[in-house]
Write a protein that binds this ligand. Sequence first.
Ligand code: GRF
Length: 234
Amino acid sequence: MPMPIAVLVSGGGSNLQAIIDRIEAGMLDAEIKVVVSNKADALGLTRAKNHHIPTRVLLHTEFDSRESFDEAMVQAIRESGVTPQGVVAMAGFMRMVTPVFLNAFKGRVVNIHPALLPSFPGVRGQSDAADYGVKIAGCTVHFVDEKMDHGAVIIQAAVPCQPGEGGDRLGSRILQLEHRVLPQALQWLAEDRLTVDGRFVHLKPSTRNLAIQPMADVDVETQALVWPPLEEGF
Ligand code: GRF
């Protein structure tokens, strides 16, 4: 049975689209049961509807506490058919979640962040890295805990940076990698290959004799490093 997932979005939903595309290509063994947005005009909602995926809009401004907002999200996700064993993917969801949410889906909530954590947490990860003048930037998929952009790291991808290239340009190069590492992390969860020991996430070897994906087709202008390596299909 495909792994049931909920995807949380606040904006463009290009990471959602990457998940949809990998599912439709038969590479990601998951089913998106619902897309939840805290913004009524999120393009991610349109992307979901284009693929006949149920959507829910929950406006955080209409709730009087973070906890009551999270309770409503938990209910919407459970109603959609995502069990506590399913996965919640925060894909450009610009809200922090509380223990109310995390306890409902214990160890099953992941987030994509556009920086190499623990550097540059927060909403401006790409531009903070660009403005800092780093030589290497990237993205991180991690389990979500109560602290912002903090939980145990599943996979990271790194790209070289040019001096002064700016957050927008750097961000668009990082985004190409986000679109690969997030679906890959979800597939590892679908295959039950991740174990967590404190801050350490261990990846069990595949039983499917998969080839490691060469990175040559990633146009990130020269090299990208992804670790653990992407597998066939990602
Ligand atoms: C991505 O860079 C994601 O990492 C960040 O917000 C951006 C959202 O992109 N949290 P999209 O909505 O998936 O297009």
